[in-house]
Design a protein around this ligand. Structure first.
Ligand code: GLU
Length: 309
């Protein structure tokens, strides 16, 4: 195998002069306080080897990356009926777009745009109070990463709760179409809290490893989902994981991935490794600018791709 430590070190060195490029998300006030020059990357292979560089052990707000974990939970709870509530097509529009939702009568295009993830939060909430649902999500992510120190940053959750006008609009809109079962405040309480999970690149790469290893976390031996479900979640990450930048990410990186406005990206190289990268500056689609570049450099060097060797 390629010398992965040398590769991540080289990526870090090459990007060092560019740290700070891109635009840090500031529509969630608490996210604007992050140092734009942070950069971390962690690779966890299916053999359990870990390679990391830079700020790989500094926690950051995972934001929309959490949507992969809530989707996994919702599928576990509701199986294929999940798809009655949310579609599986790329949206081709911004992460928080409302226009499409009106055309499609409150059924969001996919589980990774905000409206879709809000619908998924509603599914995770079934049979629970919001507090219980949030607890279930945190326990699930701790189980995936095998790390009980993972927690939600309450200041980020509060900050978004106070300013998430657009998400309130999306949720109210869906509720008006009868597409949410629970009160909007409860559903968004769950949504804002899972987006506010704080994790390091190392924790994130570990928690995504089941997707690289046919549904089983080789570090813990736990079977998280079936092989088929792992493949399907990867397919959604590939087609929808970067909003209207998903095509570009597939073209340049060639792996399923999910980004968050905190500047993190989780990418899955099936049969090989799970990779997390963090650089807060975003490109015009709201995806980490240098994070995408780092993953492009990694897959160029290793030849990792879901499209061929
Ligand atoms: N919590 C963020 C929002 O709803 C998530 C967006 C993202 O990470 O892309 O706006």
């Amino acid at each position: 195998m390629a010398d992965l430590q040398a590769i991540v070190d080289e990526i870090h060195d090459k990007l060092a002069p560019r740290l700070g490029e891109g635009k840090v998300a500031d529509y969630i006030p608490q996210l604007a306080h992050v140092d734009p020059k942070k950069f971390g990357m962690a690779i966890v292979t299916v053999d359990g080897e870990i390679f990391k560089v830079g700020d790989a052990d500094v926690p950051f707000s995972i934001q929309s990356i959490s949507k992969v974990f809530t989707l996994t939970l919702a599928l576990g709870k509701h199986g294929e009926t999940t798809w009655n509530r949310v579609g599986r097509e790329p949206s081709g529009s911004a992460f928080n777009s409302i226009v499409q939702l009106e055309h499609e009568e409150g059924k969001p295009r996919n589980p990774f745009i905000n409206a879709g993830a809000i619908a998924v939060s509603d599914l995770v909430l079934a049979g629970h109070t919001p507090r219980e649902a949030i607890g279930e999500i945190v326990r699930f992510v701790r189980y995936l990463a095998d790390d009980d120190s993972i927690a939600i940053d309450p200041t980020v959750a509060k900050s978004e709760q106070a300013t998430g006008y657009r998400n309130f609009a999306l949720a109210n809109f869906m509720r008006s179409f009868g597409k949410l079962d629970h009160p909007v405040e409860h559903v968004l309480g769950v949504y804002f809290h899972h987006c506010a999970l704080a994790m390091t690149c190392t924790q994130l790469a570990k928690s995504g490893l089941f997707l690289a290893a046919s549904g089983r976390n080789p570090l813990t031996g736990h079977t998280v989902v079936s092989k088929q479900r792992a493949r399907r979640i990867n397919a959604l990450m590939l087609t929808c994981g970067h909003y209207d930048g998903s095509g570009d990410f597939a073209y340049r990186v060639g792996l399923p991935g999910k980004s968050g406005v905190g500047g993190g990206i989780l990418a899955v190289a099936p049969g090989r490794a799970s990779v997390a990268v963090w650089s807060p500056g975003l490109n015009h689609n709201g995806n980490s600018l240098l994070g995408s570049l780092a993953l492009e450099m990694l897959t160029t060097r290793t030849g990792w791709s879901v499209f061929g060797h």
